[in-house]
Design a protein around this ligand. Structure first.
Ligand code: DCP
Ligand code: MG
Ligand code: MN
Length: 359
C-alpha cells in the first residue's frame, strides 16, 4: 500500500535491499530455494532497520544475516551496485545457465534443474546426466548447432534438397523461408516451406515428406530427427505438419578439387533444418508466418486484431463475434489464406518485401 511505499522510500537501506532483491530474483530464477530463502530473510531484516547498515560487522550483528551475506552488504554499500558481486560469486552459475540454455530444445526450467543436480558443464551432462535423445544430440553437437550458417551454405544445402525433391515430385514447390528469405547473410537454421498446387490440407503432402526424408537420409544428408509431427489442426501458433532435424552437406563426388568440400568431408558440420508442410490454400499465411521475423509476425497479428480480424499461420480470418455469455454470433470466416500480398491488402498495410521484415 501507500504507507508501506513511503516507508520504503525513507528506509536508509533502500539501495542495499534493491541489490539484494535482484540477487534473490536471480537465485529464484535458477530454483536455488535455499539462497532465495536466505536473501528473503535478510531483506526483511534490513527493511526493519532505522539506520543505514554500513559494513560487515553491523550487518552480521543483525538477525538472519550470516557472515557471507554481511560481506556482500558491505560490498554493496561500498560499490553501490551488483557488478563486483556478479563477478565474485554469481557469474559462474549464470554462465553455466547460459551454456545450458543454448543446448537445442533446452529451456530455463530444464537448465535450472541440471544446475541444482550439480552439473556445471557440457561434459558433466554428457557423462552424468540422464539425457533424452534430443538433449544428447544438442549436447554432443553443441558447437555445430550454435554456429550460424553462411548464406552460400544455406543455398547449397537447399539446392541439394530441391534436387532430390523434384526427382520425387516435380509439382512440389520448396522455398527457404526464415531469415534466409529475409536476405540474412547467415542463418541459424534452414526453414523449408513445402507446398503443391491444388492442395487444401497439409496431410496431402505427408507421403511426399516421408519419402523425401527417407531419400535424404539414405543419401547421408539428414543425420538426425528431432521432431516429426503431423496434426490436422495446428495450435494457435504451432505449425501443423512439420519435421525438424539435422543435416550435413554430403561430400561432393564431383571431379573438381575444392578445399571447402574437403573440409566439409573431413568433419561435416551438423546443421538444423526444418520442413513445414503447407497446403496451397494456406500458402500466403504460412509464408508470412515462416518468413518472420517473430517481432514482425507479432505486430501483424496485433494489427489484425485491432481491425477485428485474426491472423495466424493458416490464414486471415474475420474475428469471431460473441454476444452475451461469450456465445458465438458469427464464425471466424476465412478472408484470405493463399495469397501473401492479398493478406497485406486486406489488412490495409503497405506490402513489405521479405527483406524489409526485420521487425
Ligand atoms: N516464428 C515466430 N515465432 C516464434 C518462432 C518462429 O513467428 N516463436 C517464425 C518467424 C521466424 C520463422 O518462424 O522467422 C522461422 O523461425 P526460426 O526460429 O528459424 O527464425 P529465423 O529463421 O527468423 O532466424 P534464424 O536465422 O535464427 O533461424
Ligand atoms: Mg530459421
Ligand atoms: Mn527454424
Amino acid at each position: 500500500g501507500t504507507i508501506e511505499n513511503s516507508q520504503e522510500a525513507l528506509n536508509p537501506n533502500t539501495r542495499t535491499i534493491e541489490v539484494l532483491q535482484s540477487m534473490l530474483d536471480y537465485y529464484s530464477r535458477i530454483n536455488d530455494h535455499w539462497r532465495t530463502f536466505a536473501y528473503r530473510k535478510a531483506i526483511s531484516t534490513l527493511r526493519r532497520q532505522p539506520v543505514k547498515i554500513m559494513n560487515e560487522e553491523e550487518a552480521f550483528r543483525l538477525p538472519n544475516i550470516g557472515r557471507r551475506l554481511a560481506m556482500k552488504i558491505e560490498e554493496i554499500v561500498n560499490t553501490n551496485n551488483l557488478r563486483r558481486l556478479e563477478y565474485a560469486s554469481d557469474e559462474p552459475l549464470d554462465r553455466v545457465l547460459q551454456t545450458f540454455l543454448q543446448i537445442y530444445g533446452v529451456g530455463t526450467s530444464r537448465a535450472s534443474k541440471w544446475i541444482n543436480q550439480g552439473f556445471r558443464s557440457l561434459e558433466d551432462l554428457k557423462e552424468k546426466a540422464d539425457l533424452t535423445t534430443n538433449q544428447r544430440i544438442g549436447v554432443e553437437h553443441y558447437d555445430d548447432l550454435n554456429t550460424r550458417i553462411l548464406r552460400d551454405e544455406v543455398t547449397a544445402l537447399g539446392d541439394f534438397v530441391k534436387k532430390e525433391a523434384s526427382k520425387l515430385d516435380s509439382n512440389v514447390e520448396l522455398l527457404i523461408g526464415g531469415s534466409y528469405r529475409r536476405g540474412a547473410k547467415s542463418s541459424g537454421d534452414i526453414d523449408f516451406i513445402i507446398t503443391r498446387k491444388g492442395t487444401t490440407s497439409a496431410s496431402e503432402l505427408v507421403p511426399f515428406l516421408d519419402e523425401l526424408v527417407r531419400v535424404l537420409t539414405d543419401k547421408g544428408f539428414l543425420v538426425a530427427t528431432l521432431a516429426a509431427l503431423h496434426t490436422e489442426r495446428p495450435g494457435k501458433d504451432g505449425p501443423g505438419s512439420k519435421w525438424h532435424g539435422c543435416c550435413v552437406l554430403p561430400p561432393s563426388k564431383g571431379d573438381h578439387d575444392d578445399s571447402v568440400d574437403d573440409a566439409i568431408a573431413e568433419s561435416p558440420i551438423w546443421r538444423r533444418i526444418d520442413f513445414l508442410l503447407v497446403p496451397e490454400s494456406e500458402y500466403g499465411a504460412a509464408l508470412i508466418y515462416f518468413t518472420g521475423n517473430d517481432i514482425f509476425n507479432r505486430s501483424m497479428r496485433l494489427l489484425a486484431s485491432k481491425k477485428g480480424m485474426r491472423l495466424n499461420q493458416r490464414g486471415l480470418y474475420q474475428e469471431v463475434l460473441r454476444g452475451k455469455g461469450r456465445v458465438k454470433i458469427t464464425e471466424g470466416q476465412l478472408l484470405e489464406g493463399r495469397d501473401e500480398k492479398r493478406i497485406f491488402e486486406i489488412l490495409g498495410v503497405k506490402w513489405r518485401e521479405p527483406t524489409e521484415r526485420w521487425c
